[in-house]
Design a protein around this ligand. Structure first.
Ligand code: A2P
Length: 315
């Protein structure tokens, strides 16, 4: 198992189990299976709507002695409707309660986008808070407070562009340890990776397998299928492994952590075993040619007419 050592000496297991889109009734079992298979990193978020079931599974895992709390890395994320200063710690406490934990290993600001407190998912201009009404630095100060109080061992961000990350670094007292963004062979984000490497920030990649189980309304008709990509399939054949394992192994070769989602026991195990695959220089060169800046999660849905967020990716 590969770990990345963060600036604060915490050790982040490179491969974690993703729980976005993991269905109620299935996610708990997936967490148990993952822990039994050797996963020591589970990626959660309040907005996934399944933290209470993950919490039950964790309780079972600890009670059965499958793993000790200190050997497990649990990440969660602050949802967009809790960015205001008085909402951050209560949101974290709700997540801790749901997960039945007394601390998180990592807490991330899920998006650099703020909603009004009573809005689950903003789709109209007046459901957002402007960056002036909920400045990211004020939210970050509360993340720092959560760290200083020992509620979380590390803090970071998610979906932050290079520009937003740089700006946060200027204002922050504690720099973020992690930025979790979409990453896969169709979206290398080289500039962001280089900046993170130079600033000792670990990038974690979500949608590493192309997130084919997103809801229909989140999908484009003509979206490419990463798991059936010709270059990836050829490399998989040469290594006698699955395309998913090539996709996951690619992250490890770039020094990024990765959180493939699965609720299927066989695939959960297969995904963790990807650390055994060593891609060659030639494989990596071929994968380089696939980069076309393609996003499966197109968050321009936050850029509503008349709303305060105009350029979510700063591209
Ligand atoms: P399942 O949960 O049934 O295994 P992402 O991590 O990019 O969001 O992708 C998750 C999707 O990929 C889910 O549909 C998941 O299905 C599927 N998946 C996970 N692992 C594998 C694998 N090893 N091979 C093929 N599909 C996989």
């Amino acid at each position: 198992m590969k770990f990345y050592t963060l600036k604060n000496d915490q050790k982040l297991p490179a491969i974690g189990l993703g729980t976005w889109k993991s269905e109620p009734g299935k996610v708990g079992e997936a967490v148990i299976e993952a822990i039994k298979s050797g996963y020591r990193h589970i990626d959660c978020a309040a907005v996934y709507g399944n933290e209470a079931e993950v919490g039950e599974a964790l309780k079972t895992a600890f009670a059965q002695g499958l793993v000790a709390r200190e050997d497990l890395w649990i990440t969660s994320k602050l949802w967009n409707n809790a960015h205001e200063s008085d909402k951050v710690i209560p949101a974290l406490q709700k997540t801790l309660k749901d997960l039945q934990l007394d601390y998180l290993d990592l807490y991330l600001i899920h998006w650099p986008v703020a909603f009004k407190a009573d809005v689950g998912f903003a789709s109209k201009a007046d459901e957002f808070l402007t960056p002036e009404e909920a400045p990211i630095i004020e939210t970050w100060k509360k993340m720092e407070e959560a760290y200083n109080k020992g509620f979380v061992k590390s803090i970071g961000v998610s979906n932050f562009s290079l520009k937003k990350l740089k700006s946060l670094l200027v204002d922050a007292t504690l720099p973020p340890e992690v930025n979790q963004v979409e990453l896969h062979p169709l979206l290398h984000q080289e500039e962001l990776l280089e900046f993170c490497n130079n600033n000792s920030i670990i990038l974690t990649g979500y949608s590493p397998l192309g997130s084919g189980d997103r809801s229909q309304e989140m999908k484009k008709d003509d979206e490419p299928n990463l798991l059936e990509n010709e270059v990836i399939s050829k490399i998989a054949k040469a290594h006698d492994c699955s395309p998913a394992q090539v996709l996951i192994s690619w992250h490890l070769s770039r020094g990024t952590s990765v959180i493939p989602k699965s609720t299927n026991p066989k695939r959960i195990k297969e995904n963790l075993d990807s650390y055994k695959i060593e891609l060659t220089e030639k494989d990596l060169q071929q994968i380089k040619t696939l980069d076309k800046g393609y996003r499966y999660v197109d968050a321009t849905f936050f850029e509503v007419p008349g709303g305060p967020y105009k350029n979510i990716y700063d591209e």
